[in-house]
Design a protein around this ligand. Structure first.
Ligand code: PTT
Ligand code: SF4
Length: 610
């Protein structure tokens, strides 16, 4: 095979053994890589109903056929497992040298099975695999851990690690690298902790083999040049995703006070232009000439890499309007290895619960020091932090009464930083995303604002599906960064050209869309299998707050979603996907996508229709 390495590395942590296995060209063509491989492996190899934090879960690091080649933004990696936060399929995308090094070591995915008897660092150097004692690293934060490993293995080694959040099995712990890249929102860091793996180090010495190496080189060089010519490039380098704070404020979608509002009085103080004044450096993922990581010094005098989601969730959503302080909270989250979106969401929820007198704890909006202490309590599971560490769905259920109506999650994953009181298409995108309420699969909100926010038309369903295919299917499975396309308008045709030069296959965008649907539907089958009789269309409902409590401020004051119209939108979505009214793929759809075996297994758990 060209493009793909054609090999997975399977590591049995209990036995301390590893074996390289080959996979077929058909698997490569049908599932591409990254998310596609992860979904296939988890579906086929996990027993239904396993505890995600038990040795029965598998932790997968998966790259795609373009990952690691010298082309724009190809240093990305999917980290996946059954999620301890949601109980369904979980993954994240992390920019890391690990992406490049796994591929240079000769693999497309590394699969960690079972559990090590004691804390280890897994070292993979080409075909040599070592299980190193990590007793000196266990208990350290992610920055210290990486620093120590880097001093041994050097600056280009692919190092991924967990902080204390992952060690203490916080349900939204993620995996961290390179002082500010983080991935695996649905608790993939907790899965790594449950396996006693503090860090993985990948080092490879092979060249990636392309079907047409000369063409690949030329295309890569042209593509890097093309990125530089894009009109938005200069502003992107200045602000990266931070430009979205101003945009969200202008359009009333900036999550504020636990998504009660879409505008924040102090938005300017946490926005992109304020960030520019504090910025000390740009950082980025390997192979990228857009380097969008904005490094600032926080109020703790430590460096912190800011993105829109971090700042909205640890700023406006918890009522904090001081960017240096937000940066310090973000740094703490990175050190502990906690997902900033879920963290800001669960803290915002606790602040509202405290204000409403539903909990005894006094947790006030916008208090920096108290919030920092609370983050530490969550990471170490101390006091009320231990409850919050379970995620917002659990906390709301524990409080009881009406609390679940303003717990801002879908399927247990906390909503990312876009308020949808007046954005039905984005609400649908959150509700039907493949990992729970994540914007990654279908960030349609910017399109929706231009198209017309009040409409519940078919075009909105089409746009959600189009984006789920391109972003959630193709980018996650080629496993390259989507930002050149979505932010700069780097044309999609480049990717089919890259794919042809890398693999030798002419894969059209029509075929890529079918592959994306196959992966998306397989992931849906995974969710349904895991939830069994507890699965219903309620799983695809956005939080009640957006339907019941209108915005009280800003230009869209009074706006809220319409439940009846949303239901019609969801029905249309199901029909277009070939799923029944419960959101379960029909036998016909599974067959059409080449997933007949999936249909056979799924019908053992739930009734499936023709
Ligand atoms: C992603 C989610 C995001 S999406 C952000 S900011 W964003 C948050 N970042 C966190 C962080 O930082 N520290 C932390 N402790 N937790 C964090 N949680 C949040 O995680 C990220 C960029 C960004 S910045 C985005 S949009 C794009 N995401 C991509 C994607 O998903 N797929 C893809 N093919 N390309 C992408 N490119 C962009 O990558 P999750 P990163 Mg991330 C400090 O992990 O689980 O996918 O959730 O990976 O390397 O940091 O790059 O406004
Ligand atoms: Fe990483 Fe940003 Fe480059 Fe994407 S654009 S690869 S997130 S630095």
């Amino acid at each position: 095979m060209y493009g793909w390495n054609g090999k997975f590395l399977r590591v049995n942590l209990k036995k301390g053994k590893a074996v390289a296995t080959e996979y077929s060209a058909i698997t490569a063509r049908n599932f591409l890589g990254g998310r596609g491989f992860a979904a296939k492996i988890l579906w086929e190899e996990l027993k239904p109903g396993i505890d995600p934090l038990s040795p029965d879960n598998k932790l997968i690091f998966a790259a795609g056929p373009l990952t690691g080649f010298a082309l724009p933004s190809s240093g990305k990696l999917v980290v996946a497992a059954k999620s301890p936060l949601t109980g369904g399929y979980g993954d994240g995308n992390i920019g890391s040298h690990a992406a490049v090094q796994i591929r240079k070591a000769g693999y497309d995915a590394v699969i960690l099975e079972k559990k090590a008897d004691k804390p280890i660092v897994l070292l993979v150097q080409d075909e040599i695999v070592e299980f190193l004692d990590a007793k000196d690293l266990w208990g350290l934060n992610s920055f210290e851990t990486e620093k120590r490993l880097r001093s041994v293995y050097g600056s280009s080694a692919g190092i991924l690690c967990i902080g204390q959040g992952g060690e203490n099995l916080v349900k939204f712990a993620n995996i961290v690298c390179q002082e500010g890249r983080a991935g695996g929102r649905p608790g993939i860091g907790a899965v790594m902790g449950s396996k006693n793996v503090k860090a993985v180090v990948f080092m490879g010495s092979n060249e990636l083999s392309a079907a047409d190496p000369k063409k690949m080189k030329e295309l890569g060089a042209d593509a890097y040049r093309e990125v530089l010519t894009k009109p938005n490039y200069a502003f992107w380098k200045r602000q990266g995703t931070m430009m979205t704070i101003e945009w969200s404020q202008e359009n009333s979608v900036l999550p504020t006070f636990n998504y009660q509002e879409g505008v924040f009085d102090k938005a300017d103080a946490i926005g992109g232009f304020t960030m520019e004044k504090l910025k000390v450096a740009n950082r980025g993922c390997p192979h990228c000439n857009m380097t969008c990581g904005n490094v600032v010094k926080g109020s703790d005098r430590k460096e912190s890499e800011l993105d829109y989601e971090n700042v909205a969730m640890l700023g406006s959503n918890i009522g904090l309007g001081n960017l240096r302080q937000v940066a310090a909270l973000n740094r703490a989250a990175d050190e502990f290895g906690l997902d900033t979106i879920s963290l800001g969401n669960v803290i915002g929820f606790a602040m509202e619960a405290s204000e409403k007198g539903l909990i005894e704890e006094k947790i006030k909006w916008g208090k920096f020091k108290a919030t920092k202490a609370l983050i530490e309590d969550i990471a170490f599971r101390r006091g009320f932090g231990d409850v919050l560490a379970e995620g917002v769905r659990y906390v709301a259920e524990k409080i009881g009464g009406d609390a679940s109506r303003w717990a801002m999650h879908v399927k247990g994953l906390e909503i990312s930083a876009y308020d949808c009181h007046a954005a039905p298409a984005m609400a649908l995108a959150f509700a039907t995303s493949s990992v729970g309420a994540h914007h990654k699969d279908a960030w349609v909100i910017s399109w929706e604002v231009n198209f017309g926010r009040k409409k519940y038309s078919e075009k909105k369903v089409d746009k959600v599906i189009e984006f789920q295919r391109i972003r959630g299917g193709v980018f996650e499975s080629l496993t390259v960064c989507r930002l050149p396309w979505i932010e700069l308008g780097f044309e999609l045709e480049w990717y089919s050209r890259f794919l042809h030069a890398a693999t030798g296959f002419e894969i059209t965008w029509d075929e890529l869309n079918v592959i994306a649907d196959r992966i998306f539907t397989l992931i849906r089958a995974f969710w349904v299998r895991e939830y069994g009789k507890n699965w219903s269309r309620e799983m695809d409902m956005p939080p009640a707050r957006w339907f019941e409590e209108p915005l009280t401020k800003g230009p869209l004051k009074g706006a809220k979603l319409d439940r009846v119209k949303y239901d019609v939108l969801l029905n249309r979505y199901y029909r277009k996907r070939g799923w029944d009214e419960r959101g379960i793929p029909t036998k016909r759809t599974l067959k059409k996508l080449g997933l007949e075996d999936v249909a056979k297994k799924l019908k053992k758990r739930v009734k499936i229709y023709e």
